[in-house]
Write a new protein. Sequence first.
Length: 358
Amino acid sequence: MAPACEEEHVDFFSQFKHGQKTTASKNFIGLTQNGPKSTTTTFDDRDDIPLIKSPDQNCEKVCRDMVAASNKWGFFKLVDHGVPSEIVENMKARLNEMFDLPMEEKLKGARSATMPLGYCTTNPDYGKNLPWAEILQLLQSPQQVLGFAKKVFGDQHQPFSEAMVEYMEALDKLGMTIMEMLANGLGLQSDFFTKNFEEKDSTMIRINKYPPCPLPEKCLGVGSHTDPHTLTILLADNVGGLQVLKDDNQWVGIRPIPNSFVINIGDTLEAWTNGRLKSVIHRAVVNKEKSRLSIAYFLSPALSTIIDSPPELLEDPNTDPPINRKYVPFTWADFRKELLIQKRVIGKTALNRYLISP
């Protein structure tokens, strides 16, 4: 079901109500508050993020390439990643089936006081300038996935729930490999990051389905932001929409390529590496003719994990004086609390509160 849209007042998903609050699409008009106005989905390969292939022989070089891409761009595309295509395609098919259900069926799995994660039309946490998207958000928890699937699909939940759990398990494994490679590329022990990820209480998945938008020059699928988590693994269909903000304040459209993931650094990993790996502002634009499916897997450490850059990343023989510590150490639990207090902002998240000096 696509929203009807007018510039002065837009009725999104038949004036669907989040509890007692009606979501009117005049709340979606807000592109001017999200930086430069370019919403083009054209691509320039000269400005595209780096492409990384999984190692055949020279693993050390690939690790260094990952670090270099993460330092300059905060993003890279990953191919030959080892996740079976049948797992990916099954996931996309089950999600499209879910989003194609009648609204009353999807709302059986809606976010509520008893289930803070689940389905919603757009994201009311934004308050205003809402994302032009239907959203499903769940923890890396088979129990939560099963609970949502049973509410929406009833006795026919298995195709959806099994596809979701299988996909999340595959991406968790991939995420651990990427973080081991980043650690190696930084000169750290391979398990420097991954030893903190045995608990999955904060790792989550968010699926955005962006319907066609009659006013793509006015609305955004997701406003400009950085990801607060450690690492994001993004799967998108062949409809472009992701844009990354370059140092020259220009938005670069990321060309989608088949059988790939887009990897980006989160705020937590930027602090953990003393800024060696960068969390970069990005956003999603919408399309007037086509819908777009985006599946983001956010990896986060155990709540008690102390985010503190190691001595190896506080020394650089090429600088005089040596690099200073940029962030006050904090736990992931502390950072999550700050995120909840802050709610939604444009650009960087609560990470700036931990900067030692601007």
